[in-house]
Write a protein that binds this ligand. Structure first.
Ligand code: FMN
Length: 142
Protein backbone atom coordinates (compact mmCIF):
# COMPACT_ATOMS: atom_id res chain seq x y z
CA UNK A 1 0.00 0.00 0.00
CA UNK A 2 0.96 3.63 -0.34
CA UNK A 3 0.00 6.90 1.25
CA UNK A 4 -0.15 9.96 -1.01
CA UNK A 5 -0.54 13.47 0.30
CA UNK A 6 -1.10 16.61 -1.68
CA UNK A 7 -2.08 20.23 -1.35
CA UNK A 8 -4.23 22.12 -3.82
CA UNK A 9 -6.00 25.40 -4.25
CA UNK A 10 -9.78 25.50 -4.71
CA UNK A 11 -10.89 27.58 -7.69
CA UNK A 12 -12.97 30.59 -6.58
CA UNK A 13 -16.21 29.10 -7.89
CA UNK A 14 -15.85 25.93 -5.83
CA UNK A 15 -17.83 26.06 -2.60
CA UNK A 16 -17.78 23.84 0.45
CA UNK A 17 -21.16 22.63 -0.72
CA UNK A 18 -19.67 21.43 -4.03
CA UNK A 19 -17.01 19.56 -2.12
CA UNK A 20 -19.52 17.94 0.20
CA UNK A 21 -21.32 16.69 -2.89
CA UNK A 22 -18.07 15.35 -4.30
CA UNK A 23 -17.52 13.51 -1.04
CA UNK A 24 -20.77 11.59 -1.21
CA UNK A 25 -19.73 9.74 -4.36
CA UNK A 26 -16.05 9.79 -3.38
CA UNK A 27 -16.78 7.83 -0.23
CA UNK A 28 -18.66 5.16 -2.15
CA UNK A 29 -15.89 4.87 -4.75
CA UNK A 30 -13.15 4.89 -2.16
CA UNK A 31 -14.77 1.98 -0.36
CA UNK A 32 -14.90 0.03 -3.61
CA UNK A 33 -11.23 0.78 -4.23
CA UNK A 34 -10.18 0.10 -0.63
CA UNK A 35 -9.03 3.70 -0.24
CA UNK A 36 -9.11 5.58 3.05
CA UNK A 37 -8.01 9.06 3.99
CA UNK A 38 -8.91 12.58 4.86
CA UNK A 39 -9.73 15.76 3.02
CA UNK A 40 -9.00 18.93 4.92
CA UNK A 41 -10.39 22.22 3.69
CA UNK A 42 -8.50 25.18 5.10
CA UNK A 43 -9.99 28.28 3.57
CA UNK A 44 -9.34 27.83 -0.14
CA UNK A 45 -6.60 25.25 0.40
CA UNK A 46 -7.16 21.51 0.30
CA UNK A 47 -4.95 18.93 1.91
CA UNK A 48 -5.85 15.38 1.03
CA UNK A 49 -4.34 12.11 2.15
CA UNK A 50 -5.15 8.97 0.18
CA UNK A 51 -4.10 5.54 1.41
CA UNK A 52 -4.62 2.15 -0.16
CA UNK A 53 -3.34 -0.20 -2.86
CA UNK A 54 -0.76 1.55 -5.04
CA UNK A 55 -2.65 1.22 -8.34
CA UNK A 56 -5.92 2.44 -6.87
CA UNK A 57 -4.37 5.45 -5.14
CA UNK A 58 -2.38 6.47 -8.21
CA UNK A 59 -5.29 6.15 -10.61
CA UNK A 60 -7.52 8.15 -8.27
CA UNK A 61 -4.82 10.78 -7.95
CA UNK A 62 -4.68 11.12 -11.74
CA UNK A 63 -8.43 11.78 -11.80
CA UNK A 64 -8.21 14.28 -8.95
CA UNK A 65 -5.31 16.03 -10.70
CA UNK A 66 -7.55 16.76 -13.68
CA UNK A 67 -10.48 17.93 -11.59
CA UNK A 68 -11.41 21.51 -12.57
CA UNK A 69 -12.70 22.32 -9.10
CA UNK A 70 -9.19 22.92 -7.87
CA UNK A 71 -5.79 23.88 -9.24
CA UNK A 72 -2.07 23.94 -8.32
CA UNK A 73 -2.19 20.36 -7.13
CA UNK A 74 1.14 19.76 -5.44
CA UNK A 75 2.24 16.38 -4.10
CA UNK A 76 3.81 16.55 -0.67
CA UNK A 77 4.91 12.99 -0.45
CA UNK A 78 4.20 9.42 -1.43
CA UNK A 79 5.28 6.72 1.00
CA UNK A 80 4.97 2.96 1.06
CA UNK A 81 2.95 1.93 4.10
CA UNK A 82 2.01 -1.21 5.95
CA UNK A 83 -0.58 0.34 8.28
CA UNK A 84 -3.15 2.98 7.51
CA UNK A 85 -3.39 6.18 9.53
CA UNK A 86 -7.03 6.68 8.55
CA UNK A 87 -8.26 3.15 8.93
CA UNK A 88 -11.68 4.29 10.13
CA UNK A 89 -12.61 6.66 7.32
CA UNK A 90 -13.34 6.13 3.63
CA UNK A 91 -12.77 9.88 3.34
CA UNK A 92 -13.00 11.98 6.45
CA UNK A 93 -13.72 15.64 5.90
CA UNK A 94 -12.56 18.50 8.06
CA UNK A 95 -13.25 22.18 7.65
CA UNK A 96 -10.65 24.53 8.97
CA UNK A 97 -12.90 26.30 11.44
CA UNK A 98 -13.02 23.55 14.05
CA UNK A 99 -9.64 22.20 13.13
CA UNK A 100 -7.72 25.45 13.37
CA UNK A 101 -5.91 26.28 10.21
CA UNK A 102 -2.64 26.13 12.09
CA UNK A 103 -2.94 22.37 12.34
CA UNK A 104 -2.86 22.14 8.56
CA UNK A 105 0.13 24.39 8.41
CA UNK A 106 1.91 22.23 10.96
CA UNK A 107 1.46 19.28 8.66
CA UNK A 108 2.84 21.32 5.80
CA UNK A 109 5.86 22.55 7.71
CA UNK A 110 6.51 19.06 9.07
CA UNK A 111 6.78 17.95 5.48
CA UNK A 112 9.33 20.61 4.71
CA UNK A 113 11.40 19.54 7.70
CA UNK A 114 12.96 16.91 5.47
CA UNK A 115 14.49 13.95 7.19
CA UNK A 116 12.14 14.41 10.15
CA UNK A 117 9.45 11.81 9.54
CA UNK A 118 8.73 11.70 13.26
CA UNK A 119 7.62 15.33 13.21
CA UNK A 120 5.32 14.57 10.34
CA UNK A 121 3.78 11.65 12.18
CA UNK A 122 3.31 13.77 15.29
CA UNK A 123 1.45 16.38 13.24
CA UNK A 124 -0.68 13.66 11.62
CA UNK A 125 -1.55 12.16 14.98
CA UNK A 126 -2.66 15.63 16.12
CA UNK A 127 -4.93 15.78 13.10
CA UNK A 128 -6.30 12.31 13.76
CA UNK A 129 -7.09 13.23 17.36
CA UNK A 130 -9.04 16.21 16.11
CA UNK A 131 -10.87 13.91 13.71
CA UNK A 132 -11.70 11.38 16.38
CA UNK A 133 -13.13 14.19 18.52
CA UNK A 134 -15.38 15.19 15.63
CA UNK A 135 -16.40 11.80 14.41
CA UNK A 136 -20.07 12.67 14.60
CA UNK A 137 -19.81 15.67 12.31
CA UNK A 138 -17.53 13.87 9.89
CA UNK A 139 -19.92 11.02 9.28
CA UNK A 140 -17.62 8.99 7.08
CA UNK A 141 -17.04 5.78 8.95
CA UNK A 142 -16.07 2.86 6.77
C1 FMN B 1 -10.34 18.19 -3.59
C2 FMN B 1 -10.96 17.00 -4.25
C3 FMN B 1 -10.88 15.75 -3.62
C4 FMN B 1 -11.45 14.61 -4.22
N1 FMN B 1 -11.36 13.40 -3.58
C5 FMN B 1 -11.90 12.31 -4.17
C6 FMN B 1 -11.83 11.03 -3.54
O1 FMN B 1 -11.29 10.85 -2.44
N2 FMN B 1 -12.38 9.95 -4.20
C7 FMN B 1 -13.00 10.07 -5.40
O2 FMN B 1 -13.49 9.06 -5.95
N3 FMN B 1 -13.10 11.27 -6.01
C8 FMN B 1 -12.56 12.39 -5.43
N4 FMN B 1 -12.67 13.60 -6.06
C9 FMN B 1 -13.40 13.67 -7.35
C10 FMN B 1 -12.53 13.23 -8.49
O3 FMN B 1 -11.71 14.29 -8.94
C11 FMN B 1 -13.42 12.75 -9.68
O4 FMN B 1 -14.33 13.76 -10.01
C12 FMN B 1 -14.20 11.51 -9.30
O5 FMN B 1 -13.30 10.49 -8.96
C13 FMN B 1 -15.14 11.01 -10.43
O6 FMN B 1 -14.40 10.56 -11.48
P1 FMN B 1 -15.10 9.64 -12.60
O7 FMN B 1 -16.33 10.38 -13.03
O8 FMN B 1 -14.06 9.55 -13.70
O9 FMN B 1 -15.40 8.33 -11.96
C14 FMN B 1 -12.10 14.75 -5.47
C15 FMN B 1 -12.16 16.00 -6.09
C16 FMN B 1 -11.61 17.12 -5.49
C17 FMN B 1 -11.69 18.46 -6.17
Amino acid sequence: MIRLQYFSQAVPTTTIRDIKEVLVSARRKNKEMDITGVLVSGGSIFLQILEGPEQSVLSLYLKILQDKRHTDVEIMRVTPIIDRLFDDWSMAFVESTPLEFQQIMEVKSAYFALGEPQEFLTAMHGLINVLRGQEKSIGASR
